[in-house]
Design a protein around this ligand. Structure first.
Ligand code: 13P
Ligand code: SF4
Length: 306
């Protein structure tokens, strides 16, 4: 891989000097892995953010991930290397909209996907990620649930629970995953007959119906590692495919579509990581009041998972 080794070493030195860690989501530019302490899905990264003793957390991910890290570790400095890294799905629901949604369905518990703002989380009963959504809803042990903001993840949970829970979904979605079409899967299945299709639950329900396995980014990677199969069609963001090709060079990975790239995840480069550490920029702040209210549903999720 071609990357600036000198810059990598400077970042590693700065990390030590400043007692910092770097968390990287597996949709990040691959060069970030050279300096990251932990690379993984959003659940894993939030667990690491909650656990660390470091003074500074540099979050190579999107805004809501850094914000969640700040809520979990309010005494730490949380830095987002590029402030352009938002999440289009998280921006599909705001405080007013979640309040309206709740008012339409009074007394129904709210499960909030972690891909949301702190304000929206503060209105929820419990959070979830793509790796534990089914378990979180099951654990609530209720008949009806409001699920925000991802309609497709909500529908996936409903299908996994055989319709036992009435999941009322908010109409949010991930534009990156919705660019994956059922025809993309069918065409590649025709071409690579032995390949297993591994898909992220943010994909359209018609895409998920065609998949052999549905799971979070980490779950997809683990499935590919454990499977006896040697070829896989990967229906999620390209970063997962890049990492799988490096981790498992003897297996074949086919990316579902070159349209499945999240532009928001690609803003951080090694230079931005270096600047974030050197200038201690751009710090993510959340008010104490909001930390108090958004922490509860996140902690509830982490407790369910442990
Ligand atoms: P994971 O929870 O699988 O990491 O997914 C995060 C995400 O943003 C997917 O689009
Ligand atoms: Fe948000 Fe979709 Fe990008 Fe994930 S892939 S960060 S849900 S826009």
């Amino acid at each position: 891989m071609d990357f600036n080794k000198e810059l990598v070493q400077k970042i590693i030195n700065l990390k030590k000097e400043k007692n910092a860690i770097i968390l990287a989501h597996c949709y990040q530019n691959i060069e970030i892995d050279e300096v990251a302490d932990y690379v993984g899905d959003s659940l894993y990264l939030s667990q690491m953010a909650a656990k660390t003793d470091a003074k500074i957390i540099v979050f190579a991910g999107v805004y809501f991930m850094a914000e969640t890290a700040k809520i979990l570790s309010p005494n730490k400095k949380v830095l987002l290397p590029s402030l352009k890294s938002g999440c289009l799905m998280a921006d599909m629901i705001n405080l007013e909209q979640i309040r309206e949604f709740k008012a339409k369905h009074p007394n129904v518990p709210v499960v909030c996907y972690i891909n949301s703002t702190a304000e929206v989380k503060s209105e929820a009963d419990v959070c979830c990620t793509s790796s534990n959504a089914v378990n979180v809803v099951k654990t609530l042990n209720v008949k009806d649930v409001l699920f925000v903001p991802d309609k497709y993840l909500g529908n996936f949970v409903k299908s996994k629970l055989n319709g036992e829970v009435n999941i009322i979904t908010y109409p949010g979605y991930c534009p990156t995953h919705l660019r994956i079409k059922p025809e993309d899967v069918l065409n590649l299945k025709e071409k690579y007959k032995d390949a297993l299709v591994l898909a992220h639950p943010e994909c359209h329900s018609e895409v998920l119906k065609l998949a052999d396995f549905v799971g979070s980014t980490t779950a997809i990677m683990n499935k590919a590692k454990k499977s006896n199969n040697t070829s896989f069609i990967i229906a999620t963001e390209i970063g997962v495919v890049e990492r799988l090709k490096i981790a498992l060079p003897n297996k074949k990975f086919i990316h579902i579509s070159n349209k499945a790239i999240c532009p928001n995840m690609k803003y951080h480069h090694l230079e931005d990581i270096y600047n974030a550490l050197f200038y201690e920029q751009h710090e993510i702040n959340v008010s104490n009041l909001l930390i108090k209210s958004a922490l509860k549903p996140i902690q509830k999720m982490i407790a369910i998972n442990s």
